[in-house]
Design a protein around this ligand. Structure first.
Ligand SMILES: [Ca+2]
Ligand SMILES: [Ca+2]
Ligand SMILES: [Ca+2]
Length: 473
C-alpha cells in the first residue's frame, strides 16, 4: 500500500515521518493445507475428517478418456465435479498430462483432497475456498487437501514440470462449510485524551449469519504503552492482547465486552500521536465473510493538555505542543541563537501559520549545535526534529523487521525526516508472513497523520480510507 499526501502546514519545519503504526492482522487462524502419507495406517489423521468423509477411488467411477465430469450423491445431495480441460479428466484415473486440470465442485465442500501418484516432478494441488487458497506439493502416495478455507469450489491439479501427473483417489467431506457471520464493532471514550488518563473501549460482536457461530472470541489489540485497569468478566490478559471466549453465538445473537486502560505517560506521547485500537472476532465455524470481523477506533492525543508546559530548548521535543521544537519555538529565542535574537524581536507564531513559520526560520543563522541549518533555500539540520539525534538518510535500513514502512522523502531508522510544505510524501508498507502457515485476509491499518492533507490522498493496492477515523485500511 502506498499513500501520498501533502504536508499542509508549517513550512520547512521538520515533519515527523514515522506517523503511524501499521498492523497486520490475519483473520483466519485455522486455515490449513493437509499433507499426509496416504500409505500410513493413521491416514487420514487430520481432524477435518473426524466427522466422516468419503473416499472416492476414481477408477471405480469407470471414467473414459475425454470424460469431463462425474457426480457423487451423498444424503440426497449431488456433488458434481467437472473440468473444462480439453482432454477431460484423463480416463480411469484423473490425469493432468501437460496442462493443469481445473476441477470445479458444485456445491462447494468444506474439506477436499486427492492422492497423487506418478508425477514426473511432483504434483501440485491448489485449493480455492471462499476464505482463502492453499497450495500443496508432493509425490507418490502423498495426500494433498485443504480445510477451513471456507467453501472450496475449485481444485487445480498439475505436475510441477508439466509432464503429467495422476490422481487416482479423492476424499471429501460433504456439506457446506457453515454460514455463520460474526461482525465486530468498537467504540472508545473519550475521543481526545491526555497522558495517563482513563480510556475505555467496548467491543460488540454479533452473529449476522444464518448458522450458529461456534467458539466465538473477541480479541483486542491494545495501543502501545497503555496499561490495563479493568476488563469485563472472562478476559484473558496477555498484554498487549486481551482475549474473551464468548462461547457459541446463535444466529442474531450478540455479546459485548469492555475494558478500561490508562494512556501512556506524557514522555512517550508526541503531540500528534493517535492511539489506534483494534478488535477482532473469530469463530471455528466457517464464515460467509471475514471483512466485518475487524473493528478499530482512534483516539487523538490532547495537545492542549501540554500547552502550559515550558519549552525545553535542548531536548528535541515540542514540549508545549505549539508545533515548534526547541530553537524553533519563540520561547527559546535568546537561548539558542543569541546573535540573532538581538536583531530580531520575538514574534507571536500561530501554530498552524505557515507564513509566520517561514518568516521565522528564514532569519535564523545556522550555528553549530543550533537546530536549524536552513538559509537561502538549501538545507535543514535534521537533528532538530530527531529526539534520537541520529539522522541516517536511508530509506530501507530495516533489516530485522519483515514488516516495515518507508517514506519518500526518506527518514532515519527512527522514522524522523523532513518535508517541505506542499510536498508529496509517499509511504510504502512492506509486509511478509514469516510464520509456517498461510495468513488469510490480512489487513493493514495505517492512521493518517492529522497534519497531512487527506484531500490529496492517493491509495494504491485497493486500499480504502475511513475519514471518520483517518485510517487507511
Ligand atoms: Ca464475518
Ligand atoms: Ca523542547
Ligand atoms: Ca514548542
Amino acid at each position: 500500500m502506498t499513500s501520498a499526501s501533502r504536508a499542509s502546514v508549517l513550512a520547512w519545519l521538520c515533519v515527523l515521518l514515522m506517523l503511524s503504526v501499521c498492523l497486520l492482522v490475519p483473520t483466519s487462524a485455522h486455515a490449513r493445507l493437509i499433507s499426509e502419507d496416504s500409505t500410513s495406517p493413521e491416514f487420514p489423521s487430520d481432524p477435518a475428517f473426524a466427522t466422516g468423509s468419503l473416499l472416492i477411488p476414481l477408477d471405480n467411477l469407470a471414467l473414459s478418456p475425454g470424460d469431463r465430469s462425474f457426480s457423487i450423491t451423498v444424503g440426497g445431495t449431488q456433488f458434481h465435479f467437472e473440468t473444462l480441460s480439453s482432454h477431460g479428466l484423463g480416463g480411469r484415473v484423473l490425469q493432468t498430462f501437460d496442462l493443469p486440470v481445473v476441477l470445479t465442485i458444485t456445491p462447494p465442500v468444506p474439506v477436499v483432497g486427492l492422492i497423487v501418484t506418478n508425477a514426473e516432478c511432483g504434483g501440485r494441488a491448489t485449493f480455492v475456498g471462499s476464505l482463502g487458497t492453499e497450495v500443496g506439493e508432493g509425490n507418490y502416495g502423498r495426500f494433498l487437501g485443504a480445510a477451513e478455507i471456507g467453501d472450496i469450489s475449485t481444485v487445480t491439479l498439475e505436475d510441477r514440470c508439466a509432464d503429467g501427473s495422476s490422481w487416482p483417489s479423492l476424499r471429501f467431506v460433504p456439506g457446506g462449510a457453515g454460514q455463520a457471520d460474526l461482525a465486530a464493532s468498537k467504540t472508545s471514550n473519550p475521543a481526545v485524551v491526555g497522558a495517563q488518563a482513563p480510556l475505555s473501549y467496548s467491543i460488540d460482536v454479533a452473529n449476522v449469519g444464518r448458522d450458529a457461530a461456534r467458539n466465538a472470541t473477541a480479541v483486542d489489540f491494545l495501543p502501545p504503552g497503555v496499561t490495563i485497569q479493568s476488563t469485563s468478566p472472562g478476559a484473558t490478559l496477555r498484554p498487549p492482547v486481551v482475549n474473551w471466549s464468548l462461547g457459541d453465538l446463535a444466529p442474531g445473537a450478540s455479546q459485548s465486552v469492555s475494558l478500561l486502560v490508562t494512556t501512556p505517560p506524557v514522555e512517550t506521547f508526541s503531540c500528534e500521536d493517535t492511539l489506534l485500537n483494534l478488535a477482532e472476532t473469530t469463530t471455528s465455524t466457517g464464515e460467509s465473510t471475514l471483512r466485518n470481523n475487524l473493528a478499530f477506533t482512534t483516539t487523538r492525543f490532547d495537545k492542549a493538555s501540554r500547552a502550559s508546559q515550558p519549552e525545553n530548548c535542548n531536548n528535541h521535543i515540542d514540549d508545549n505542543c505549539d508545533g515548534f521544537v526547541d530553537c524553533n519555538d519563540p520561547a527559546c529565542l535568546g537561548t539558542c541563537n543569541a546573535a540573532v535574537s538581538a536583531a530580531i524581536a520575538p514574534v507571536p507564531v500561530a501554530p498552524d501559520d505557515a507564513t509566520a513559520a517561514l518568516w521565522w526560520i528564514r532569519y535564523v543563522i545556522p550555528t553549530p549545535g543550533a537546530c536549524i541549518g536552513f538559509l537561502g533555500g538549501t538545507q535543514l539540520e535534521p537533528v532538530c526534529c530527531d529526539p534520537h539525534q541520529v539522522f541516517l538518510s536511508c530509506g530501507g535500513l530495516f533489516p530485522n523487521d519483515p514488516n516495515f514502512k518507508e517514506a519518500n522523502p526518506p527518514t532515519n531508522v527512527f522514522g524522523y525526516g523532513h518535508a517541505a510544505a506542499g510536498q508529496a510524501i509517499t509511504y510504502t508498507i512492506h509486509y511478509e508472513n514469516i510464520g509456517t502457515g498461510d495468513a488469510h485476509d490480512v489487513s493493514i491499518l495505517d492512521p493518517l497523520h492529522p497534519r497531512l492533507d487527506e484531500t490529496t490522498l492517493l491509495i494504491n493496492n485497493d486500499g480504502g480510507y475511513d475519514p471518520a477515523t483517518r485510517v487507511i485500511v
